[in-house]
Design a protein around this ligand. Structure first.
Ligand SMILES: *Cc1c(COP(=O)(O)O)cnc(C)c1O
Length: 228
């Protein structure tokens, strides 16, 4: 009974978010499906994820390697067509685990990590797509490379044979996100990059209007997390 109603909720939430994405793509004059929905399942148990898989979602994201290692191997075995992206900060000593588990890494933000990922990819013979995370609001406590360091880091990533899919950002909280999305879009254009990983539950429509190719949505799909 409980499982059934959870499943209905997950399906309805997913349908609602997909509707908004499709409408926004249309308003922006963008092709249908040009903004990919990454369901961010951090802090949510396998049952909640399974409900969303049964509702048709196939692209998921986690923010911690260790948490993902606990939850995802069994889910991926049961659903081999799933893609899993890492959206949270990555320590260099977890680079090999991340390359082994994830299909894309959105948080490449410093030289030491580029080096570690390059070695891990060479060793494992697997090259997940990489997004360079930009500290778009120049916030001291946040991950992401400084805007001024982006050209150098991109060059290092290319030398290390990281497949660069695009740029990623998490704008400052509690202020209008649009200027930061517009800035990430401009940086991606300046560097000839396709991917723009930007937009979360509270601001994904704005992000799509401003060019997001990947929106990362947790709360609007799974409900609120008990801890952040
Ligand atoms: C948690 C998280 C999200 C999803 O946030 P919601 O507000 O729950 O949609 C997106 N991106 C990153 C990097 C996150 O850590």
């Amino acid at each position: 009974m409980n499982g059934h109603s959870n499943q209905m909720n997950a399906a309805q939430r997913l349908a609602g978010v997909r509707d908004i994405i499709a409408t926004t793509e249309r308003i922006a004059g963008r092709p249908a499906g040009s903004a990919a929905l990454i369901a961010i399942s951090k802090m949510h148990p396998a049952e909640a994820i399974t409900s969303l898989i049964e509702a048709g979602q196939r692209l998921f994201g986690e923010n911690r390697v260790q948490e993902a290692q606990g939850k995802w191997p069994a889910l991926r075995e049961a659903h081999p067509d799933i893609a899993l992206h890492l959206v949270g900060q990555l320590q260099s000593n977890k680079a090999e685990d991340a390359v082994a588990l994830f299909d894309a890494i959105h948080s490449v933000d410093r030289s030491s990590l580029v080096t570690a990922l390059g070695h891990a990819m060479d060793k494992l013979g697997k090259r997940p797509d990489c997004f360079i995370q930009v500290n778009i609001g120049a916030e001291a406590q946040k991950g992401g490379c400084a805007i001024a360091d982006l050209p150098g880091l991109l060059a290092e990533a290319r030398t290390a044979n990281l497949p660069i899919a695009g740029l990623m950002c998490v704008p400052p909280a509690d202020v209008e996100a649009a200027p930061y999305f517009a800035l990430l879009d401009k940086l991606a254009r300046d560097h000839g990059l396709e991917g723009r990983s930007m937009g979360m539950s509270g601001d994904f429509e704005t992000a799509i209007m401003l060019g997001a190719t990947h929106v990362r949505i947790g709360t609007a799909l799974f409900g609120t997390r008990t801890t952040a």
